[in-house]
Design a protein around this ligand. Structure first.
Ligand code: SF4
Length: 272
């Protein structure tokens, strides 16, 4: 069978269209850098560097994983220091250290997964999950959904939990993406999804989806996957059209954009 290059994921969806309330941060050119120009040396180097907020999310999740790999760490007086050592937190910036330590302290005070029937808990750095092959009409694409945690509710439903850090609002579409993945991976079981922020300790209401809603999400993923392939093709045909195919949206988001040092449209001055 030929390799399937077409794909879709929450990451692609978020690069395509912003979550509600995030419109002012959205810039399609980031999708261009991330997907169309990812092999260029400068872009590749930037993509390989995790941003501070990516590091905070990853290390906080690793911390939760370590707490559950050895649950004695949750009760031990030096549990946080030991987890910090395992995840090599001292190699990070002070901001990252402080925020991850705060997340670990929060988690030790309120270890929400203790007593749960955990089916899967990811460390967060496992790389790409196995793709789910989806056929939508004649269009075939790989669907990727990296799931942080799945546990079983007492009533037998699967609960897909996404661990968050930072201030951004939960994106309901991501919950639907997880539920769509669950429909393929665990077709016999009902599932719900939720988000838990390790920094604020806020747990979202559970998200459920009807079959019609999941079909709509599958259709949307097929649509953006096709559109994305068309955009990549157009870019390969004519790289000079980069800014037309992936229009920039210069503004406040440039300050936090990982491409601001190489983007000619950036409004943020990067110090040398
Ligand atoms: S620096 Fe600004 S305009 Fe350029 S890609 Fe980033 S957000 Fe878009």
């Amino acid at each position: 069978m030929n390799k399937i290059w077409q794909f879709a994921s929450y990451n692609l969806l978020a690069l395509f269209s912003p979550a509600v309330g995030q419109e002012h941060w959205h810039c399609d050119m980031k999708r261009g850098f991330t997907k169309a120009r990812k092999k260029e040396l400068q872009v590749k180097a930037l993509l390989e560097q995790d941003t501070p907020w990516q590091k905070i999310g990853l290390l906080a999740q690793k911390g939760v994983y370590e707490f559950h790999r050895d649950t004695q760490l949750l009760d031990s007086s030096d549990g946080i220091e030991r987890v910090a050592e395992i995840i090599q937190l001292n190699q990070e910036s002070i901001e990252v250290q402080n925020r991850v330590t705060h997340s670990l302290e929060n988690y030790r005070k309120s270890p929400i997964l203790v007593g749960k029937n955990i089916i899967k808990l990811s460390r967060g750095d496992e790389g790409f999950p196995e793709p789910i092959l989806i056929q939508h009409g004649n269009y075939l694409f790989n669907f990727y959904a990296a799931i942080d945690c799945i546990f079983l509710e007492p009533d037998g439903r699967l609960h897909i939990l996404d661990l968050k850090t930072g201030k951004s609002e939960f994106d309901r579409r991501q919950g639907f993406i997880y539920l769509l993945a669950a429909r393929y991976l665990y077709p016999q079981q009902l599932a719900i999804a939720s988000f838990y922020n390790l920094e604020t300790c806020h747990w979202s209401d559970p998200i459920t989806a009807t079959s019609v809603q999941l079909d709509a999400m599958r259709m949307e993923l097929a649509r953006i996957s096709q559109q994305h392939q068309r955009d990549l093709w157009r870019y390969r045909q004519n790289p000079a059209d980069f800014a037309t195919i992936f229009p920039p949206n210069p503004g406040p988001s440039c300050q936090y954009c990982q491409f601001n040092s190489i983007c000619q449209f950036s409004t943020f001055e990067v110090s040398a």
